[in-house]
Design a protein around this ligand. Structure first.
Ligand code: NAD
Ligand code: MG
Ligand code: MG
Ligand code: MG
Ligand code: MG
Length: 345
């Protein structure tokens, strides 16, 4: 290990928003990322047009925010820089119906997540640039940070560079939405997609909730009260993660008692053992060989039967009912509740 980063990191000085001076940027979608990108671009002086379907609930919001709105097809026609910020599961159909027929040579097609490109669901023509600017944060924070003159770290990748300016243009975009204020890490579509899917499945979303549920069930099944189990296995997790976020594992270990540190260091690897590591490797393999994405595409085509069932089972878990009751009884939860719902990591 060295203390050098293995990849390029870009800051404000490496980017020039005026690269986009003669350009119109179409932002397709006005959800979590879309509203933040469109407003930040607009306030950075970039000419923006928001692409939304007729009758889309987001239309009023975009117009009330002072932005120009058109259909996705019309927005792509008017723009030379197309930022695709509709949900990943509809991108292929939006591409086929609204984007592809209106793309021109030299246009930039940009994503905030590489799923559809990496797994071949969208195959752009060779005469357009294909890039990615992916803020590493939910959209409401991308917006709030920009308004507070702060930045949001992001990833940048170039999949296809026909004009020779793909990187320069993506950097200008990243600067206009505030990402180069914090730092933008260079990556590629494969690394971004596969590491993102792995992180959310194995650790952040899947791994953590499963660890919490198993811990909770172990205590409750052994006769401890559900309320105590909820606090020990779920509620305190936030305090631990905040310390890790601030100063890595070291700050967390420094802050807990010696008893907690010794117990955790001596027992942690017994709980999450080699078998879990093997499961992680299998999960990564399903991501790398496309099995996960194939399953997810078919699941959507079939109307999401398994997804709906898994969601319901998760909602029905006892820890949710106990948690809801406790959060109502105690005053701590209010200030920490997120501003908006966000289903993407
Ligand atoms: P979202 O679900 O919040 O917003 C979707 C928007 O697209 C809405 O405005 C909706 O009205 C519109 N839309 C939905 N279906 C449409 C259709 N068929 N045609 C046109 N418009 C349609 O989406 P999001 O979470 O902002 O995700 C957008 C992209 O950003 C995805 O590629 C996602 O992976 C990526 N991303 C998201 C986050 C995040 O935290 N949310 C972080 C990084 C990257
Ligand atoms: Mg155009
Ligand atoms: Mg992620
Ligand atoms: Mg304790
Ligand atoms: Mg993700």
């Amino acid at each position: 290990m060295t203390d050098e980063f293995t990849t390029e990191i870009y800051y404000d000085d490496d980017a020039d928003v005026s690269t986009l001076d003669d350009e119109t940027v179409a932002v397709l979608g006005y959800g979590s990322q879309g509203h933040a990108h469109a407003l930040n671009l607009h306030e950075s002086g970039v000419d923006v047009i928001v692409g939304l379907r007729e009758g889309s609930a987001s239309r009023d919001a975009a117009e009330a925010d002072g932005l120009t709105v058109a259909t996705p097809a019309e927005a792509v026609k008017q723009a030379g820089y197309i930022s695709v910020l509709v949900p990943d599961t509809v991108q292929a159909s939006v591409y086929e119906n609204a984007i592809e027929p209106n793309l021109e040579a030299g246009d930039t097609l940009q994503f905030a997540h590489g799923l559809n490109i990496h797994y071949g669901q969208i195959e752009p023509p060779e005469d357009v640039d294909v890039s990615m600017v992916a803020p590493k944060s939910p959209g409401h924070l991308v917006r709030r940070n920009y308004e507070n003159d702060e930045g949001t770290p992001g990833l940048l990748a170039v999949y296809q560079d026909t004009t020779g300016d793909a990187e320069k243009r993506a950097l200008a975009y990243a600067k206009a939405i505030g990402c180069t204020r914090a730092g933008v890490i260079e990556t590629n579509f494969q690394e971004e997609v596969e590491s993102d899917l792995f992180g959310e499945q194995a650790v952040l979303c899947g791994g953590v909730t499963s660890l919490v549920k198993h811990g909770y069930e172990t205590l409750v099944d052994a006769g401890y009260s559900p309320e105590i189990a909820y606090f020990e296995c779920l509620n305190e997790l936030k305090l631990i993660v905040d310390l890790m976020y601030e100063g890595g594992h070291a700050e967390m270990w420094d802050s807990v008692s010696d008893t907690a540190e010794y117990g955790g260091l001596s027992r942690g690897d017994r709980i999450v053992d080699e078998h879990v590591r093997e499961n992680m490797e299998e999960t990564l393999e399903e991501i790398q060989n496309g099995e996960f994405t194939r399953e997810w595409i078919l699941e959507n085509q079939a109307g999401r039967p398994s997804y709906t069932q898994l969601r319901q089972a998760e909602k029905n878990h006892e820890i949710e009912e106990v948690g809801a009751r406790l959060r109502d009884l105690f005053a701590w939860a209010e200030e920490d509740s997120p501003e908006e719902e966000d289903d993407s990591v």
